[in-house]
Design a protein around this ligand. Structure first.
Ligand SMILES: Cc1ncc(COP(=O)(O)O)c(C=O)c1O
Length: 484
């Protein structure tokens, strides 16, 4: 874009946004089974949008200038603490920021002799790796059981060292939707004098309603002895607009270790509860209004329909010839793949994802990792139930089509070529050309991109190489060197 010489008419500008969004996945309706959370009640999202707009220009940078921010945050954090066993919280922009603050608080509240370390299951969200990377903390990843996908307290215990500042468990982990044995892991951490964070980003505002609707949900919240912090995203199953999460700490002293203040300059005084400094109060207003608009009964009703949809999806997928659900998810996240990955008649999950996309459905591919085969992931939400039979039909048809097409056939030598690329000497333009040669569209926005080849190449690479290639992909995507 170039900056227009003269200001434009707003209707024209909005129409252009509409055109820019033409190739976006739809955010409502339930056919996109990741990234977006739809209650199926448009009036709730509209109420949130109006409240967001109302608070849009308020800056949370200075809570003394905008007391509405303090009151709203107290109420939102209070509701989360009330549902999840208490604690002292901070409203943040999302799971990653909540996790960043939990890791910072742990690092700063417990000085250790060496480099601080974090123990986490391999299924923990990459936000912990990011926090560790940003904060100079080392990561010790422990395996999960290949059948249940839960980590074991014994494995966690074995990984704790005198430098461990935090142990992490998920409720649930995103990839397979299962809850780690929180009670035992928190007890193990406490016995070793180490803090324990429960990542309930995706489950915190879901599991209590599922439990009330009749699901078996193990204890996972701040009331579990040994749990010292917990993250709960409201922009997931709280159904708030994006930019809304809460991190809870067991006591005010630990929360203070998440805060940051600086008086080391001649400007205004800096007191920050979050990583971001100036930021809009829109997300806070949106989250507050969503909670007010839904209320307890609204969330419980969403919990009931979500549970019914998740059960139907699991049963329906298991009944499709050649497919299985991974583990026994306690939540509304369902991962599935072939019974016999790599077998002669196994549908390729990456081809399945492309086939589903052609039929108007987005199923999220997950690459193989730590002995867990590649699979597809569905986040069931409040809107899923009304389309669950159609979703099952699409999954069955996509599996059949993938079988007919056979697995992705990669050009000979391609994986070795990518694995061996010297990315330091390759500029973005050359990388884009190479990607185009294997059919990868780096311009984005092409409507229905065929991703199977790209996913298959990534899947064949070790994690470190995947990361280097993905960074390069992003760089090309946002540069002007992508082939037009
Ligand atoms: C378990 C879990 N933790 C953390 C996150 C990160 O959240 P965000 O994308 O809001 O930063 C996610 C996102 O899906 C998640 O599922």
């Amino acid at each position: 874009m170039s900056l227009p010489e003269k200001g434009r008419d707003i209707e024209d500008v909005l129409a252009e946004i509409g055109r820019l969004r033409e190739d976006d996945l739809p955010v409502r309706g339930g056919q996109v089974t990741a990234y977006v959370y739809d209650t199926g009640r448009p009036e709730v999202h509209e109420a949130a949008a109006r409240a967001y707009f109302e608070m849009l220009e308020v800056n949370t940078l200075d809570p003394t200038a905008f007391p509405s921010v303090v009151e709203m945050e107290r109420q939102v954090v209070g509701a989360v603490a009330g549902l999840l066993g208490g604690g002292h919280g901070v409203f943040t922009s999302g799971g990653t920021e909540s996790i960043m603050l939990a890791v910072k608080a742990a690092r700063d509240s417990r000085p250790v002799p060496g480099r601080p370390r974090l123990v986490l299951p391999v299924t923990a969200h990459p936000a912990f790796h990011k926090a560790a990377h940003y904060l100079g903390v080392a990561v010790d990843a422990v395996p999960v059981d290949p059948v249940t996908f839960r980590t074991s307290p014994a494995a966690v215990e074995a990984a704790i060292t005198p430098d461990t500042v935090l142990v992490v468990a998920s409720a649930p982990s995103y990839p397979q939707g299962v809850v780690d044995p929180i009670t035992e892991i928190a007890a193990t951490a406490a016995a070793r004098g180490v803090l324990c964070h429960v990542d309930a980003c995706v489950g915190g505002w879901l599991l209590p309603w599922l439990r009330e609707a009749g699901a078996q949900v193990p204890p996972f919240d701040m009331s579990v002895p040994g749990v010292t912090s917990l993250s709960c995203d409201l922009h997931k199953f709280g159904y708030a607009p994006k930019g809304a999460s809460v991190v809870l700490f067991a006591d005010p002293a630990l929360r203070r270790a998440a805060y940051f203040a600086s008086a080391s300059w001649p400007g205004y005084t800096i007191i920050n509860a979050t990583v971001q400094s100036s930021k809009s109060a829109g997300p806070l207003g949106g989250a507050w209004a969503t909670m007010q608009a839904l209320g307890r009964d609204g969330y419980l009703e969403l919990g009931r329909t979500t549970l019914a949809a998740a059960r139907r999806l699991r049963e329906g997928v298991a009944a499709i010839d050649g497919l299985r659900v991974f583990g026994d998810p306690d939540s509304a996240l369902v991962a599935f793949g072939p019974d016999d990955p790599g077998g002669q008649d196994a549908p390729d999950v990456f081809v399945m994802a492309d086939e589903a996309r052609r039929r108007g459905w987005f199923l999220q591919p997950q690459l193989s990792y730590a002995g867990i085969p590649a699979n597809l992931h569905v986040t069931v939400t409040g809107v899923t139930l009304r389309g669950v039979e159609a979703m099952l039909e699409v999954i069955a048809e996509s599996a059949a089509a993938a079988r007919r097409r056979g697995p992705v056939e990669l050009p000979e030598g391609l994986v070795e070529l990518v694995a061996g690329l010297d990315l330091d000497t390759l500029d973005d333009a050359a990388f884009a050309e190479l990607a185009a040669a294997v059919g990868a569209d780096l311009r984005g926005g092409s409507g229905q991109p065929e991703m199977a080849v790209v996913n298959a190449v990534l899947d064949a690479l070790p994690a470190g190489r995947r990361e280097a290639v993905l960074v390069r992909f992003l760089s090309v995507l946002y540069s002007s060197t992508a082939p037009a």
